[in-house]
Design a protein around this ligand. Sequence first.
Ligand code: BDR
Ligand code: CA
Length: 319
Amino acid sequence: MARTFLIDTDTASDDAVAIIMALRASDVRVAAITTVAGNVNVQQSTRNALYTVELCGADVPVYAGAEKPLLRRYENATWFHGRDGLGDHGYAPARRTPESMHAVDAIIQTIETNPGLVMVTLGPLTNVALALARKPQIASQVGRCVVMGGAPCCEGNVTPAAEFNIWVDPEAARLVMLSGLPIELVGWHLCRRDAVLHDDDIGRVLALNNRVASFAIECNSHARSAYKIQTGEDGICLPDPVTMCLALDPSVGNWSEHYVDVETQSELTRGMTVVDRLSVADDERNKTVWTEVLRRPRAKVYWTMDTQRWKAALMAGLR
Ligand code: BDR
Ligand code: CA
């Protein structure tokens, strides 16, 4: 029987590739795609999601969601993904339009009608936090919640402490992390270095010689240049597809379970994913120090993955 996925996304270039992987996985049914403001504004992210669904010949409903973070000013990442989020190649507008239901209602409804589903979040967590605030009990109806976000014990891509999806809406991320959802955290570090698509990998993708594969490379052209400027690494870095790969097959990664909280008070470390990697927090002598996090379930935090298997999964999705 097909597994049911729900994807929440601020659809830009790497989100689009992740959506393609899910839509093309033969044992997955994507019940809904919900969009949120992040890389681009929510109207553009919705257009990009619809374009991607249409490119795959799929008919998954797309629901538009939050236009801004819970409390903060909205910040985009067009410097990285291009003004339209897809590298500014002038893709034709999708023929389809979003559903009339709001993404937050769609998240609640999709979880309630598909208990045990896999939720994959690829953007700021605003929609998910709003859904949880309205119906906290949905947390126990989700089978897995695979989150692209954070920089556990590593450097971030917005500040040294924080990764974009968490930094944009840290209050939402904190609410989600402490909600009781069965979180699996895929940090930014997993998509770097050996996980980056280098020229030989890109050549192999283009040799697949189909529209979806060439779109996956083309729409990430702007992101490739920006990533080189940001990190000095040459190639296409794909955080959301790496996350989708681990949602499809968690055995590609190595994880351990830890308490995780998100910093919301400090300006310096806003959006930092604070991970109890050495499990010191529930040590008898420390138990009174970090009390709130101890009342929550631990999250699975991915530390490494098999980069060859990740690239094989990507190729399978684009074939
Ligand atoms: C995350 O932020 C966005 O730029 C990407 O789409 C990904 O979800 C990486 O920090
Ligand atoms: Ca994203």
